[in-house]
Design a protein around this ligand. Structure first.
Ligand code: GTP
Ligand code: SPV
Ligand code: MN
Length: 592
């Protein structure tokens, strides 16, 4: 398929190392993918679902020890420790290659090595980047064919150019020998002993965030863990925003939201450009322009339903791979917690054990059928509100950047920063409760700057520095905001209704960008006047509720500044002094 010597060398070296029986090039044709799907069913990697109800849809179950990203076994390898530590796990480049080469030795004996040429971004766009993933996993091939653009057209676009090398083997799926290693200085990714999403679909977090953030720092652009959406007002004008929330904190939901009735009636529409990753550059007009490098959605299944996110659910109705959800044996469809109130009577849970919705544990709590981090892999083209700018080579211009996390207290529903550097500060101090998207404890508050803690491919202080420097290059800067949909009352219930109603907050954000609405200055930034958040048609939400959601607890924030300071110290001496100046200013404001 190619005469590119670098590609041929990479394949030859990997063949010598992994010793596969066979090598198969993925050409991207439907015939080949069809044959692979049939083979996956035969090998019991996929289960074919009801083709009348869910055409082209399949179910996959991972092994029980392989259900999420493994941050503890994810490494950024560089020659110097300080170039990736202290937040990232670091391995010295040559030591890491030695270790990984040992693990990959002969690992594909008796297996096929698939060669997946893939493009992050529209094929041939000057902002797109190409990778080649070599894998022994047919599940990876079929998921990559949804999540990225794959095949011959990508090789043609590559010509004799450069690409990101990715080598993956599910090997023995051993937890102890699981490594997800990135070599930004060598444009290389090696992943072994997992077969789960973010660990193995190397175009996604590994390339489009970890390697790309490093490339962005070097080349003057940004790779961010952000959704991109367009908000169309009744006049037909569309404003675009990008929003960074940590894993399983609402990006897919916000990216596809359905406007509340009263907004729909007025003529508001929302268009999805991306739900997870944004590559952002400064355009010739001095604004920031964002593209979504992906071609599909790897979305959280639980909680997705016709009320919370109909567009996501509709996106999964055809040509979708479900991972670790419930298999309904009566009609070969799928189910997960929060889909509807009718769990199947005769089903298998995500582990493949008999299950029905009436099962309770020793404490009388329902036993979950789907894994909390169960996912769907759906083609973007299925999304009813996909933006017509989805393939636009230059992307879309950003009016606002929004940060947000899962905070039961502290962070108000929304606030606006005071300019770029202050906005970078707001992003850098993000904190959020951990979720099931990564293995480990759930619900623990941790600092997650710009929602990138697990995804920056280099030193976090340098990453902050890159944000500050980018600000100097943007003539027409977007406004920067912070949101929190997850504030709870004393009983632990979410106060804000969220989902589609988040548009009410986005409306205030856009109005602020256009200078159409006043705000209240507080020690942390500008918050809305309660009456400027439209609550028309919202049951049970009053002006007092909004006041409560917008309130700022000064004592709590004083404690927060201590947490920020110790986090900055932990990051080391590369944290920009501009951010320490912002921290000082915040402390002074809080003591006024
Ligand atoms: P990743 O794919 O891991 O990056 O996650 P994500 O950021 O795209 O999160 P997603 O939209 O899939 O939401 C994750 C969980 O948060 C789901 O269980 C949703 O039901 C819940 N969620 C999303 N938006 C809201 C909201 O506005 N309010 C509340 N209370 N929950 C929400
Ligand atoms: C996330 O965890 O942020 C995801 C899912 O989007 S994964 O692809 O597994 O990283
Ligand atoms: Mn994500």
């Amino acid at each position: 398929m190619t005469t590119n010597k670098k590609v041929l060398d990479f394949i030859e070296q990997s063949k010598t190392l992994c010793q596969p029986d066979e090598i198969v090039w993925i050409d991207g044709s439907e015939e080949q993918l069809d044959a692979l799907r049939a083979q996956a069913v035969k090998e019991k990697v996929l289960i074919k679902l009801n083709q009348e109800k869910l055409p082209g849809c399949y179910l996959h179950r991972t092994t029980v020890n392989d259900v999420a990203r493994v941050e503890g076994r994810t490494f950024i390898c560089s020659k110097n420790k300080d170039d990736s530590a202290p937040i990232n796990n670091w391995m010295e480049t040559s030591k890491a290659f030695e270790l990984l080469n040992g693990l990959f030795k002969g690992v594909m004996k008796g297996r096929t090595m698939y060669v997946i040429p893939y493009s992050m971004g529209a094929v041939g766009s000057k902002f797109s980047k190409i990778g080649i993933e070599l894998t022994d996993s047919i599940y990876v091939v079929l998921n990559m064919a949804i999540m990225t653009r794959v095949g011959k057209k990508v090789m043609d676009a590559l010509g004799d150019g450069d690409f990101v090398k990715g080598l993956h083997s599910y090997a023995e799926l051993s937890e102890e020998k699981r490594y997800i290693c990135h070599f930004p200085e060598e444009n290389t990714i090696m992943s072994i002993n997992s077969n789960y999403g973010g660990n193995v679909l190397l175009g996604k977090k590994c390339f489009a965030l970890r390697i790309a953030s490093y490339l962005g720092k070097t080349e003057g652009w940004m790779a961010e863990h952000m959704l991109i959406l367009g908000i169309e007002n009744p006049k037909g004008e569309i404003k675009y925003v990008a929003a960074a929330f940590p894993s399983a904190c609402g990006k897919t939901n916000l990216a596809m939201l359905i406007p509340p009735e009263i907004y729909k009636k007025k003529g508001y529409k929302v268009w999805c450009v991306g739900d997870d990753i944004a590559w952002i550059r400064v355009g010739e007009d001095g604004r920031l322009w964002a593209v979504n490098p992906e071609n599909g959605f790897f979305g959280v299944a639980p909680g997705t339903n016709m009320k919370s996110n109909p567009n996501a659910l509709l996106s999964t109705m055809k040509n979708t791979i479900f991972t670790n959800v419930v298999e309904n044996l009566d009609d070969e469809t799928v189910w997960w917690e929060g889909l509807d109130k009718n769990p199947p009577k005769n089903a298998l849970d995500w582990k493949g054990n008999p299950w029905n919705g009436d099962m309770k544990d020793a404490d009388g709590k329902p036993i979950k059928g789907a894994h909390p981090n169960s996912r769907f892999t759906a083609p973007a083209i299925n999304c009813p509100c996909l933006s017509d700018k989805f393939e636009a080579p230059d992307g879309v211009p950003l009016s606002a950047i929004i940060f947000g996390g899962r905070r039961a207290k502290t962070a108000p529903l929304v606030y606006q920063s005071k300019g770029w550097d202050n906005g970078v500060f707001v992003g850098s101090i993000m904190a959020s409760e951990t979720t099931a998207a990564a293995t480990g404890a759930v619900g623990v508050v941790r600092r997650d700057p710009m929602a990138m803690r697990p995804f920056v491919g280099y030193n976090m202080g340098d990453y902050f520095r890159h944000w500050i420097e980018m600000g100097k290059k943007i003539k027409n800067k977007p406004e920067i905001f912070n949101v929190n949909w997850f504030r709870t009352d004393d009983e632990g219930n979410f106060i804000w209704p969220g989902f589609g109603d988040n548009l009410r907050v986005l409306e205030w954000i856009i109005n602020r960008c256009e200078g159409k609405v006043d705000a209240v200055e507080t020690p942390i930034g500008y918050v809305p006047h309660a009456e400027d958040i439209n609550i028309e048609g919202l049951n049970g939400v009053t002006k007092e509720t909004i006041e409560d959601l917008l309130s700022i607890d000064v004592e709590n924030w004083k404690k927060e500044t201590e947490g920020i300071e110790s986090f900055y110290k932990e990051l080391g001496e590369r944290v920009p002094e501009e951010l320490y100046a912002e921290l000082d200013a915040l402390k002074k404001n809080l003591n006024k």
